[in-house]
Write a protein that binds this ligand. Structure first.
Ligand SMILES: [Zn+2]
Length: 260
Protein backbone atom coordinates (compact mmCIF):
# COMPACT_ATOMS: atom_id res chain seq x y z
CA UNK A 1 0.00 0.00 0.00
CA UNK A 2 2.94 2.32 0.72
CA UNK A 3 2.40 5.96 1.52
CA UNK A 4 -0.35 6.59 -0.97
CA UNK A 5 -3.35 8.49 0.40
CA UNK A 6 -6.23 6.18 1.28
CA UNK A 7 -9.85 6.56 0.26
CA UNK A 8 -12.14 4.45 2.41
CA UNK A 9 -15.16 2.90 0.68
CA UNK A 10 -18.24 2.52 2.85
CA UNK A 11 -21.58 1.01 1.91
CA UNK A 12 -24.64 1.07 4.14
CA UNK A 13 -26.95 -1.87 3.45
CA UNK A 14 -30.41 -0.57 4.34
CA UNK A 15 -32.89 -2.76 2.42
CA UNK A 16 -33.51 -6.05 0.65
CA UNK A 17 -33.07 -4.18 -2.64
CA UNK A 18 -29.42 -3.69 -1.79
CA UNK A 19 -29.08 -7.47 -1.86
CA UNK A 20 -31.09 -8.06 -5.03
CA UNK A 21 -29.77 -5.11 -7.05
CA UNK A 22 -26.76 -3.46 -5.45
CA UNK A 23 -24.20 -5.48 -3.58
CA UNK A 24 -23.04 -7.77 -6.37
CA UNK A 25 -22.75 -5.03 -9.05
CA UNK A 26 -20.84 -2.73 -6.69
CA UNK A 27 -18.43 -5.44 -5.54
CA UNK A 28 -17.83 -6.47 -9.16
CA UNK A 29 -17.00 -2.89 -10.07
CA UNK A 30 -14.61 -2.63 -7.14
CA UNK A 31 -12.99 -5.94 -8.02
CA UNK A 32 -12.26 -4.62 -11.51
CA UNK A 33 -10.46 -1.65 -9.93
CA UNK A 34 -8.67 -3.99 -7.53
CA UNK A 35 -10.45 -2.23 -4.67
CA UNK A 36 -12.11 -3.54 -1.51
CA UNK A 37 -14.77 -1.88 0.63
CA UNK A 38 -16.81 -2.29 3.80
CA UNK A 39 -20.49 -3.27 3.78
CA UNK A 40 -22.26 -2.17 6.95
CA UNK A 41 -25.41 -4.24 7.29
CA UNK A 42 -28.57 -3.99 9.41
CA UNK A 43 -28.60 -7.36 11.10
CA UNK A 44 -32.42 -7.64 10.88
CA UNK A 45 -32.07 -7.98 7.09
CA UNK A 46 -30.22 -11.25 7.64
CA UNK A 47 -32.80 -12.93 9.89
CA UNK A 48 -34.36 -15.83 8.00
CA UNK A 49 -32.32 -14.96 4.90
CA UNK A 50 -29.52 -17.47 4.60
CA UNK A 51 -29.08 -16.41 0.95
CA UNK A 52 -28.13 -12.91 2.09
CA UNK A 53 -25.75 -14.25 4.72
CA UNK A 54 -24.06 -16.31 2.00
CA UNK A 55 -23.57 -13.26 -0.23
CA UNK A 56 -21.80 -11.41 2.57
CA UNK A 57 -19.80 -14.49 3.61
CA UNK A 58 -18.46 -14.81 0.10
CA UNK A 59 -17.45 -11.17 0.11
CA UNK A 60 -15.72 -11.51 3.46
CA UNK A 61 -13.80 -14.51 2.12
CA UNK A 62 -12.70 -12.44 -0.87
CA UNK A 63 -11.29 -9.61 1.23
CA UNK A 64 -14.28 -7.34 1.77
CA UNK A 65 -15.17 -6.22 5.28
CA UNK A 66 -18.58 -6.64 6.92
CA UNK A 67 -19.56 -4.16 9.62
CA UNK A 68 -22.59 -3.36 11.75
CA UNK A 69 -25.15 -0.82 10.51
CA UNK A 70 -26.78 -0.15 13.84
CA UNK A 71 -30.57 0.12 14.03
CA UNK A 72 -31.01 0.87 17.71
CA UNK A 73 -28.95 4.06 17.70
CA UNK A 74 -30.51 5.32 20.95
CA UNK A 75 -30.52 2.04 22.92
CA UNK A 76 -34.32 2.14 23.07
CA UNK A 77 -35.91 -0.58 25.22
CA UNK A 78 -38.50 -1.09 22.45
CA UNK A 79 -35.94 -2.82 20.22
CA UNK A 80 -33.17 -5.36 20.80
CA UNK A 81 -30.19 -3.73 22.58
CA UNK A 82 -27.30 -2.52 20.40
CA UNK A 83 -24.98 -5.14 21.90
CA UNK A 84 -27.40 -7.84 20.77
CA UNK A 85 -27.35 -6.55 17.18
CA UNK A 86 -23.56 -6.78 17.26
CA UNK A 87 -23.52 -10.26 18.79
CA UNK A 88 -26.02 -11.54 16.26
CA UNK A 89 -23.79 -10.39 13.41
CA UNK A 90 -20.71 -11.96 15.00
CA UNK A 91 -22.57 -15.23 15.59
CA UNK A 92 -23.38 -15.40 11.90
CA UNK A 93 -19.63 -15.64 11.33
CA UNK A 94 -18.67 -12.07 10.53
CA UNK A 95 -15.49 -10.47 11.85
CA UNK A 96 -16.97 -7.13 12.87
CA UNK A 97 -14.51 -4.27 13.42
CA UNK A 98 -16.67 -1.19 13.10
CA UNK A 99 -20.14 0.36 13.36
CA UNK A 100 -22.15 3.01 11.49
CA UNK A 101 -25.56 4.42 12.50
CA UNK A 102 -28.66 3.68 10.37
CA UNK A 103 -30.75 6.78 9.77
CA UNK A 104 -34.12 5.14 9.18
CA UNK A 105 -35.34 3.83 12.52
CA UNK A 106 -34.22 6.12 15.36
CA UNK A 107 -31.75 8.03 13.23
CA UNK A 108 -28.46 9.60 14.18
CA UNK A 109 -29.05 11.35 17.51
CA UNK A 110 -25.74 13.16 18.08
CA UNK A 111 -24.09 12.59 21.46
CA UNK A 112 -26.51 9.80 22.44
CA UNK A 113 -25.71 7.78 19.33
CA UNK A 114 -21.96 8.37 19.72
CA UNK A 115 -22.19 7.03 23.30
CA UNK A 116 -24.22 4.00 22.21
CA UNK A 117 -21.71 3.16 19.47
CA UNK A 118 -18.77 3.77 21.84
CA UNK A 119 -20.29 1.31 24.35
CA UNK A 120 -19.99 -1.53 21.82
CA UNK A 121 -16.21 -1.59 22.33
CA UNK A 122 -15.39 -2.04 18.64
CA UNK A 123 -12.18 -0.98 16.86
CA UNK A 124 -13.73 2.06 15.16
CA UNK A 125 -17.00 3.94 14.71
CA UNK A 126 -18.37 6.41 12.16
CA UNK A 127 -21.01 9.14 12.35
CA UNK A 128 -21.71 12.79 11.80
CA UNK A 129 -19.96 15.88 13.22
CA UNK A 130 -19.64 17.33 15.73
CA UNK A 131 -17.45 14.46 16.91
CA UNK A 132 -17.51 13.87 20.69
CA UNK A 133 -14.57 15.05 22.81
CA UNK A 134 -14.41 12.00 25.06
CA UNK A 135 -14.61 8.54 23.56
CA UNK A 136 -12.66 5.29 23.71
CA UNK A 137 -13.43 3.99 20.23
CA UNK A 138 -11.44 5.65 17.43
CA UNK A 139 -13.57 7.66 14.99
CA UNK A 140 -13.08 7.36 11.21
CA UNK A 141 -14.41 10.27 9.22
CA UNK A 142 -15.99 12.53 8.19
CA UNK A 143 -17.45 10.90 5.09
CA UNK A 144 -19.02 12.18 1.87
CA UNK A 145 -22.09 10.55 0.35
CA UNK A 146 -21.80 10.08 -3.40
CA UNK A 147 -25.57 9.41 -3.84
CA UNK A 148 -26.47 12.80 -2.33
CA UNK A 149 -23.87 14.58 -4.45
CA UNK A 150 -25.16 12.96 -7.65
CA UNK A 151 -28.71 13.84 -6.70
CA UNK A 152 -27.75 17.43 -5.94
CA UNK A 153 -25.33 18.07 -8.80
CA UNK A 154 -25.67 15.30 -11.39
CA UNK A 155 -23.10 12.66 -12.27
CA UNK A 156 -20.20 14.76 -13.58
CA UNK A 157 -20.39 17.68 -11.17
CA UNK A 158 -21.24 15.35 -8.29
CA UNK A 159 -18.07 13.31 -8.79
CA UNK A 160 -16.04 16.51 -9.25
CA UNK A 161 -17.32 17.89 -5.94
CA UNK A 162 -16.63 14.56 -4.24
CA UNK A 163 -13.03 14.45 -5.48
CA UNK A 164 -12.48 18.02 -4.27
CA UNK A 165 -13.82 17.19 -0.81
CA UNK A 166 -11.68 14.04 -0.65
CA UNK A 167 -8.63 16.01 -1.73
CA UNK A 168 -9.11 18.45 1.10
CA UNK A 169 -9.70 15.63 3.65
CA UNK A 170 -6.54 13.88 2.44
CA UNK A 171 -4.60 17.12 2.86
CA UNK A 172 -5.92 17.45 6.38
CA UNK A 173 -5.74 13.90 7.78
CA UNK A 174 -4.19 11.69 5.10
CA UNK A 175 -7.39 9.90 4.12
CA UNK A 176 -10.94 10.43 2.87
CA UNK A 177 -14.13 8.36 3.09
CA UNK A 178 -16.93 7.86 0.57
CA UNK A 179 -20.37 6.48 1.42
CA UNK A 180 -22.57 4.87 -1.21
CA UNK A 181 -25.85 3.00 -0.80
CA UNK A 182 -25.57 -0.08 -3.07
CA UNK A 183 -29.19 0.02 -4.26
CA UNK A 184 -28.34 3.13 -6.31
CA UNK A 185 -26.31 0.91 -8.61
CA UNK A 186 -29.69 0.10 -10.20
CA UNK A 187 -32.10 2.67 -8.77
CA UNK A 188 -31.91 6.32 -9.72
CA UNK A 189 -31.28 8.91 -7.00
CA UNK A 190 -33.88 11.08 -8.73
CA UNK A 191 -33.74 14.78 -9.61
CA UNK A 192 -32.36 17.53 -7.40
CA UNK A 193 -35.70 19.34 -7.12
CA UNK A 194 -36.74 16.91 -4.42
CA UNK A 195 -33.33 16.97 -2.72
CA UNK A 196 -34.65 18.28 0.59
CA UNK A 197 -37.27 15.55 0.73
CA UNK A 198 -34.72 12.82 1.26
CA UNK A 199 -33.73 14.29 4.60
CA UNK A 200 -37.18 14.75 6.12
CA UNK A 201 -39.10 12.16 8.06
CA UNK A 202 -42.77 11.30 8.36
CA UNK A 203 -42.95 12.91 11.76
CA UNK A 204 -42.44 16.31 10.18
CA UNK A 205 -45.97 16.53 8.86
CA UNK A 206 -47.94 16.12 5.69
CA UNK A 207 -45.85 18.42 3.51
CA UNK A 208 -42.71 16.45 4.23
CA UNK A 209 -44.58 13.20 3.70
CA UNK A 210 -45.95 14.46 0.38
CA UNK A 211 -42.49 15.57 -0.77
CA UNK A 212 -41.14 12.16 0.06
CA UNK A 213 -43.82 10.46 -2.05
CA UNK A 214 -43.06 12.81 -4.96
CA UNK A 215 -39.40 11.95 -4.52
CA UNK A 216 -40.26 8.25 -4.68
CA UNK A 217 -42.28 8.76 -7.84
CA UNK A 218 -39.45 10.61 -9.54
CA UNK A 219 -36.95 7.98 -8.47
CA UNK A 220 -39.10 5.27 -10.03
CA UNK A 221 -39.48 7.28 -13.25
CA UNK A 222 -35.78 8.10 -13.46
CA UNK A 223 -34.95 4.45 -12.77
CA UNK A 224 -37.14 3.40 -15.70
CA UNK A 225 -35.41 5.99 -17.86
CA UNK A 226 -32.02 4.80 -16.65
CA UNK A 227 -30.77 8.23 -15.61
CA UNK A 228 -29.01 9.54 -12.56
CA UNK A 229 -27.91 6.18 -11.31
CA UNK A 230 -24.82 6.10 -9.17
CA UNK A 231 -23.14 3.21 -11.02
CA UNK A 232 -21.82 5.61 -13.65
CA UNK A 233 -20.66 8.09 -11.01
CA UNK A 234 -19.03 5.34 -8.95
CA UNK A 235 -17.21 3.99 -12.03
CA UNK A 236 -15.81 7.43 -12.83
CA UNK A 237 -14.96 8.04 -9.19
CA UNK A 238 -12.93 4.80 -8.89
CA UNK A 239 -11.04 5.59 -12.09
CA UNK A 240 -10.27 9.17 -11.03
CA UNK A 241 -9.19 7.94 -7.59
CA UNK A 242 -6.61 5.65 -9.20
CA UNK A 243 -5.45 8.39 -11.55
CA UNK A 244 -4.73 10.63 -8.56
CA UNK A 245 -2.61 7.90 -7.00
CA UNK A 246 -5.08 7.35 -4.18
CA UNK A 247 -5.74 3.85 -2.86
CA UNK A 248 -9.41 2.79 -2.57
CA UNK A 249 -9.68 0.56 0.51
CA UNK A 250 -12.05 -0.88 3.10
CA UNK A 251 -12.51 1.15 6.27
CA UNK A 252 -10.45 -1.20 8.47
CA UNK A 253 -7.38 -0.44 6.32
CA UNK A 254 -7.69 3.23 7.19
CA UNK A 255 -7.63 2.39 10.87
CA UNK A 256 -4.54 0.20 10.42
CA UNK A 257 -2.83 3.00 8.52
CA UNK A 258 -3.68 5.55 11.24
CA UNK A 259 -2.16 3.23 13.88
CA UNK A 260 1.19 2.87 12.06
ZN1 LIG B 1 -28.83 3.26 6.76
Amino acid sequence: MGDRPLVGLRHDVDTGYDFTHGIKPVSKLEDRSDARSTFFVRVRLLRGHLDRVRVLEELQDDGWEIGLHLDNTVASPKDPPPQEELEELIQLGFRVHGVTPHGGLYGFQGRVTWEVMDSLGLEYMMGYPPFPKHHRTPIIGPHHTIDFLVKKLGVKMGVKALLQQLGSDIGERGYGVVLMHPLYMKFSVGPSLTFNAVRVSRRQGFRAYFLKQVDRGFKALYTLLGIRRVDEAYTIFLKETRERGWEPVKILDILKHARD
